[in-house]
Design a protein around this ligand. Structure first.
Ligand SMILES: C[S@@+](CC[C@H](N)C(=O)[O-])C[C@H]1O[C@@H](n2cnc3c(N)ncnc32)[C@H](O)[C@@H]1O
Length: 397
């Protein structure tokens, strides 16, 4: 997720006019008045996913140039076309099963799926004929919009039958920028003691309230990762990672799980110098800031993903680790440079079209922008031999 440089130079949007979801805010204040301060994870869950007012439950999808942030699939279809190559490789390596299901968590606007389908149609029509797409979203209206979009693009037969989303599959499970939107607990160290940062209510505003941890799982996670936060250091801990991974991979009988997100191994994520204040961020109209208590229900909230915890949870879910790399390395490994050259050589490409794809690709690869995203690949039933296509290019570890 990124704020777009072009949009940043546009006139500053009137953020006050964005407001907040008053009904949701009132209900959170009432809950705090009734039960006392709530965990930040509960607050984030309500702010993002409350069916009546949560950010991701609104009628409008939020990524994109008209929304609050830009994700890699929304930056340019070349991202999805490149990933289609990894999917085709997985299909081959798994013996060309029919059907081969692409199950996408956090399918959003369906932009990634469209690019993948177009990429397969162009480069791997044999897989395109066997592929079934299974989008998973928290907001049902998003699924209806995806179905309509695929229909319009001529991919109507590709969706799996409604209601079969938990069915066992052989295929490719993908989640792009979903884990960083899972609710997190917040912690801080005071006088050498781990404290939890809860959310309280004061004069109609939400405020931090430091208290004893509400669950021992927070200290256990840090201990498992050998992390000692220093005095005054703040951090976020996502306890739903494990349960999310268990659910997301329960139906994966054979195939690949690919997770792409802002994230770091625990030692870097909790670095006492570089990330002393944690990584919680709010995104609104292509601006990024660190106040989660304003624009509640109208702004996105994210925290960087703990790659160490994801790898541990995936092992616990019985998956093999194919590798962890960066988005830049994966995209170069999947041949985005060839794709760019082919677009340039195509007589149908306009100069504007070529410049747009070239500048999007630079952002997707730039280690200072989206290129540093972590790509974590896992599999069940992966055959002996080479890893997934794209992972071999200067694998981080
Ligand atoms: C930052 S957006 C990314 C959307 C899309 N993957 C992209 O890259 O443009 C995060 C998406 O994940 C969805 N999401 C969050 N938790 C989810 C879950 N448990 N299952 C399915 N979708 C989820 C949200 O509704 C939202 O659409």
């Amino acid at each position: 997720m990124e704020v777009t440089p072009g949009i940043r130079r546009d006139p500053v949007p009137d953020l006050d006019a964005v407001g907040q979801d008053e009904g949701l805010v009132a209900r959170i204040h009432e809950a705090i008045a009734r039960d006392g301060p709530i965990t930040f994870a509960r607050f984030m869950d309500l702010a993002l996913y409350d069916p009546d007012g949560g950010y991701y439950r609104s009628g409008t999808a939020r990524p994109g140039r008209d929304g609050d942030f830009l994700t890699a699939p929304e930056a340019h279809p070349i991202f999805g076309v490149a990933l289609a190559r990894a999917e085709a490789d997985a299909w081959d390596r798994l013996g060309r099963p029919d059907p081969f299901v692409l199950r996408e968590y956090g399918a959003g606007t369906g932009t990634l799926a469209l690019a993948v389908l177009d990429g397969l149609a162009a480069e791997h029509p044999d897989l395109a004929a066997h592929l079934r797409y299974d989008p998973i979203e928290v907001e049902p209206r998003r699924l209806e919009a995806i179905a309509a979009r695929l229909d319009d693009a001529g991919h109507s037969g590709v969706l799996v039958a409604a209601g079969t989303s938990s069915a066992p599959i052989t295929g490719f499970v993908i989640a792009n920028e979903v884990l960083d939107a899972l609710p997190v607990h917040r912690v801080v160290v005071r006088e050498g003691v781990l404290r939890e940062v809860l959310v309280g209510s004061s004069y109609d505003a939400f405020v931090d309230v430091e208290a004893d941890p509400t669950t021992p799982a927070l200290a256990i996670r840090l201990a498992e990762e050998s992390i000692d936060l220093v005095e005054g250091q703040r951090g976020e801990i996502c306890l739903t990672l494990g349960p999310w991974l268990t659910v997301a991979t329960a139906g994966l009988e054979r195939g690949v799980l690919l997770l792409i997100d802002y994230g770091y191994p625990a030692a870097e994520l909790y670095d006492p110098v570089r990330r002393r204040d944690g990584t919680l961020r709010a995104y609104l109209r292509h601006r990024v800031h660190d106040d989660p208590y304003v624009h509640v229900g109208r702004q996105d909230l994210t925290a960087h993903v703990d790659v160490t915890a994801v790898e541990a949870a995936s092992r616990a879910a019985g998956l093999d680790h194919l590798g962890t790399t960066t988005q830049a390395e994966l995209l170069v490994g999947l041949g985005t440079e060839d794709l760019l050259r082919a677009i340039q050589a195509d007589p149908a490409t306009t100069l504007e079209g070529y410049l747009a794809v070239r500048s999007a690709l630079m952002r997707l690869l730039d280690p200072g922008a989206m290129g540093r995203f972590r790509v974590m690949a896992f599999a069940r039933g992966w055959p002996n031999g080479p890893s997934l296509a794209g992972l071999g290019y200067r694998l981080s570890r």
